[in-house]
Design a binder for this molecule. Structure first.
Ligand code: ZN
Length: 124
């Protein structure tokens, strides 16, 4: 059912372990309000500029700490897109995937322990 396993990255690139409170960088938007007087009326025009949508995910504590150090670029190797906390949001869907993967890993470990009894180690 899982597609190749590496399509969705469930590990935090900063902590090198399973994502905890996955935070995904969606988009960095800046709203620039511009008041303009036209025929005595004030019209507020809001310009919105959005710059990135790299959708890389990190553990929340890791990205908060990372941004606090002053770097505002996506820490995913080879990405380098601008990233910010306001442009990121908690990814509950991903969080569920991580939990499922962790559960599978625990079960796989149990199975491999059971199997190891009948594991015929042929040397040479
Ligand atoms: Zn990125």
């Amino acid at each position: 059912m899982e597609v190749s396993g590496m399509t969705v990255n469930l590990r935090c690139p900063l902590l090198q372990r399973y994502l905890k409170e996955p935070t995904t960088s969606y988009v960095l938007c800046q709203t620039i309000p511009r008041p303009a007087d036209v025929f005595g009326r004030t019209i507020l025009t809001v310009f919105v500029t959005c710059r990135t949508e790299c959708r890389h995910s990190y553990s929340r504590v890791a990205i908060v700490d990372y941004l606090r150090r002053g770097t505002k670029q996506c820490p995913m190797p080879g990405c380098g897109q601008p990233v910010s906390l306001s442009g990121s949001q908690r990814d509950e869907e991903l969080e569920a995937s991580v939990r499922a993967a962790q559960r599978r890993e625990v079960m796989a470990t149990r199975v491999s322990v059971d199997v190891s009894d009948e594991d015929d180690e042929v040397v040479g």
